[in-house]
Design a protein. Structure first.
Length: 178
Protein backbone atom coordinates (compact mmCIF):
# COMPACT_ATOMS: atom_id res chain seq x y z
CA UNK A 1 0.00 0.00 0.00
CA UNK A 2 2.80 2.37 0.87
CA UNK A 3 4.52 1.80 -2.48
CA UNK A 4 1.31 2.62 -4.35
CA UNK A 5 0.87 5.95 -2.61
CA UNK A 6 4.49 6.86 -3.41
CA UNK A 7 3.81 5.94 -7.04
CA UNK A 8 0.67 8.06 -7.04
CA UNK A 9 2.62 11.01 -5.64
CA UNK A 10 5.24 10.61 -8.33
CA UNK A 11 2.54 10.46 -11.01
CA UNK A 12 0.91 13.60 -9.62
CA UNK A 13 4.24 15.42 -9.49
CA UNK A 14 5.07 14.25 -13.00
CA UNK A 15 1.67 15.39 -14.28
CA UNK A 16 2.19 18.81 -12.80
CA UNK A 17 5.69 18.96 -14.25
CA UNK A 18 4.39 17.77 -17.60
CA UNK A 19 1.67 20.44 -17.63
CA UNK A 20 4.23 23.10 -16.69
CA UNK A 21 6.52 21.91 -19.47
CA UNK A 22 3.69 22.01 -21.99
CA UNK A 23 2.59 25.45 -20.80
CA UNK A 24 6.09 26.84 -21.23
CA UNK A 25 6.93 25.05 -24.49
CA UNK A 26 4.01 26.31 -26.57
CA UNK A 27 5.20 28.83 -29.17
CA UNK A 28 2.19 31.10 -28.77
CA UNK A 29 1.83 33.13 -25.61
CA UNK A 30 -0.46 31.71 -22.93
CA UNK A 31 -2.04 33.64 -20.10
CA UNK A 32 -4.30 32.43 -17.30
CA UNK A 33 -6.61 34.81 -15.48
CA UNK A 34 -8.86 34.33 -12.50
CA UNK A 35 -12.55 35.30 -12.55
CA UNK A 36 -11.75 38.87 -11.51
CA UNK A 37 -9.39 39.47 -14.44
CA UNK A 38 -6.20 39.09 -12.44
CA UNK A 39 -3.35 37.42 -14.31
CA UNK A 40 -2.33 34.27 -12.47
CA UNK A 41 0.18 32.76 -14.88
CA UNK A 42 1.93 33.58 -18.14
CA UNK A 43 4.06 31.42 -20.39
CA UNK A 44 7.71 32.00 -21.18
CA UNK A 45 6.79 32.57 -24.82
CA UNK A 46 4.54 35.46 -23.81
CA UNK A 47 7.38 37.01 -21.83
CA UNK A 48 9.62 36.62 -24.88
CA UNK A 49 6.95 38.01 -27.22
CA UNK A 50 6.34 41.25 -25.34
CA UNK A 51 9.54 41.61 -23.36
CA UNK A 52 7.64 42.21 -20.12
CA UNK A 53 8.98 40.11 -17.23
CA UNK A 54 6.46 37.79 -15.57
CA UNK A 55 6.82 39.76 -12.32
CA UNK A 56 5.39 42.85 -14.05
CA UNK A 57 2.28 41.00 -15.24
CA UNK A 58 1.38 38.26 -12.77
CA UNK A 59 -1.07 39.44 -10.09
CA UNK A 60 -1.99 42.51 -12.17
CA UNK A 61 -5.53 43.18 -13.33
CA UNK A 62 -6.27 42.93 -17.03
CA UNK A 63 -7.74 46.45 -17.08
CA UNK A 64 -4.30 47.89 -16.19
CA UNK A 65 -2.48 46.37 -19.17
CA UNK A 66 -1.27 49.65 -20.67
CA UNK A 67 0.80 47.88 -23.33
CA UNK A 68 -2.39 47.57 -25.40
CA UNK A 69 -3.97 50.41 -27.34
CA UNK A 70 -7.14 51.74 -25.67
CA UNK A 71 -9.31 50.24 -28.43
CA UNK A 72 -7.62 46.84 -28.09
CA UNK A 73 -7.85 46.91 -24.30
CA UNK A 74 -11.58 47.60 -24.60
CA UNK A 75 -11.95 44.57 -26.89
CA UNK A 76 -9.92 42.42 -24.51
CA UNK A 77 -12.00 43.42 -21.48
CA UNK A 78 -15.29 42.87 -23.34
CA UNK A 79 -14.16 39.44 -24.51
CA UNK A 80 -12.93 38.54 -21.02
CA UNK A 81 -16.43 39.19 -19.67
CA UNK A 82 -17.95 37.11 -22.49
CA UNK A 83 -15.52 34.27 -21.75
CA UNK A 84 -16.29 34.30 -18.01
CA UNK A 85 -19.94 33.94 -19.08
CA UNK A 86 -18.92 30.59 -20.66
CA UNK A 87 -18.35 31.70 -24.26
CA UNK A 88 -15.35 30.61 -26.27
CA UNK A 89 -13.81 33.61 -28.02
CA UNK A 90 -12.82 33.26 -31.66
CA UNK A 91 -9.49 34.84 -32.64
CA UNK A 92 -9.44 38.62 -32.93
CA UNK A 93 -6.62 41.10 -33.51
CA UNK A 94 -5.20 43.56 -31.01
CA UNK A 95 -2.48 46.18 -31.15
CA UNK A 96 0.09 46.89 -28.49
CA UNK A 97 3.71 47.74 -27.79
CA UNK A 98 6.56 45.63 -26.53
CA UNK A 99 8.59 46.56 -23.46
CA UNK A 100 11.18 48.20 -25.74
CA UNK A 101 8.50 50.28 -27.51
CA UNK A 102 8.06 48.33 -30.75
CA UNK A 103 4.58 48.00 -32.23
CA UNK A 104 3.14 44.52 -31.77
CA UNK A 105 0.07 42.94 -33.34
CA UNK A 106 -1.39 39.82 -31.77
CA UNK A 107 -4.28 37.52 -32.41
CA UNK A 108 -6.07 36.49 -29.22
CA UNK A 109 -8.47 33.67 -28.56
CA UNK A 110 -9.83 32.65 -25.20
CA UNK A 111 -11.71 29.89 -23.46
CA UNK A 112 -13.27 29.52 -20.05
CA UNK A 113 -10.99 27.66 -17.64
CA UNK A 114 -13.08 25.05 -15.86
CA UNK A 115 -12.42 22.73 -12.96
CA UNK A 116 -15.05 20.06 -12.30
CA UNK A 117 -17.44 21.94 -14.59
CA UNK A 118 -17.13 25.24 -12.72
CA UNK A 119 -15.55 28.28 -14.40
CA UNK A 120 -12.57 29.42 -12.35
CA UNK A 121 -11.04 31.80 -14.89
CA UNK A 122 -9.93 32.22 -18.47
CA UNK A 123 -7.08 30.87 -20.53
CA UNK A 124 -6.07 33.01 -23.51
CA UNK A 125 -3.71 32.34 -26.38
CA UNK A 126 -1.81 35.22 -27.97
CA UNK A 127 -0.18 34.71 -31.35
CA UNK A 128 2.30 37.30 -32.59
CA UNK A 129 1.09 38.38 -36.04
CA UNK A 130 3.28 41.48 -36.35
CA UNK A 131 5.22 40.13 -39.31
CA UNK A 132 2.03 38.98 -41.02
CA UNK A 133 0.44 42.43 -40.54
CA UNK A 134 3.57 44.08 -41.95
CA UNK A 135 3.40 41.88 -45.06
CA UNK A 136 -0.36 42.47 -45.39
CA UNK A 137 0.20 46.25 -45.22
CA UNK A 138 2.98 46.07 -47.81
CA UNK A 139 0.75 43.97 -50.08
CA UNK A 140 -2.12 46.41 -49.65
CA UNK A 141 0.16 49.34 -50.50
CA UNK A 142 1.53 47.59 -53.60
CA UNK A 143 -1.97 46.61 -54.67
CA UNK A 144 -3.10 50.25 -54.40
CA UNK A 145 -0.09 51.33 -56.47
CA UNK A 146 -0.89 48.67 -59.05
CA UNK A 147 -4.52 49.80 -59.21
CA UNK A 148 -3.41 53.42 -59.74
CA UNK A 149 -1.01 52.34 -62.46
CA UNK A 150 -3.68 50.17 -64.07
CA UNK A 151 -6.18 53.04 -63.97
CA UNK A 152 -3.56 55.33 -65.54
CA UNK A 153 -2.59 52.73 -68.15
CA UNK A 154 -6.18 51.88 -69.04
CA UNK A 155 -7.03 55.58 -69.17
CA UNK A 156 -4.06 56.14 -71.44
CA UNK A 157 -5.10 53.24 -73.67
CA UNK A 158 -8.63 54.58 -73.94
CA UNK A 159 -7.27 58.02 -74.84
CA UNK A 160 -5.04 56.47 -77.53
CA UNK A 161 -8.03 54.57 -78.98
CA UNK A 162 -10.06 57.78 -78.94
CA UNK A 163 -7.26 59.66 -80.73
CA UNK A 164 -6.89 56.88 -83.33
CA UNK A 165 -10.63 57.08 -84.03
CA UNK A 166 -10.40 60.86 -84.48
CA UNK A 167 -7.45 60.39 -86.85
CA UNK A 168 -9.49 57.90 -88.91
CA UNK A 169 -12.40 60.36 -89.04
CA UNK A 170 -10.06 63.12 -90.18
CA UNK A 171 -8.51 60.83 -92.79
CA UNK A 172 -12.00 60.04 -94.15
CA UNK A 173 -12.83 63.74 -94.30
CA UNK A 174 -9.52 64.36 -96.09
CA UNK A 175 -10.33 61.66 -98.64
CA UNK A 176 -13.68 63.30 -99.39
CA UNK A 177 -12.01 66.66 -99.88
CA UNK A 178 -9.39 65.33 -102.28
Amino acid sequence: MRKESQKDNIKTDNSKETLEAIFDSVRDGLVMLDKTGKITKISKSLVKMGGYPAEELVDKRLKFMTMFSPKSLGQILMNFVRTIADNEIMPYEVEGVTKDGKKLFAEISGSPLKVRGKIIGVVAILRDITERKKIEDELKEKNEMLEKFNKFAVGRELRIIELKNKIKELEKKLEKIE
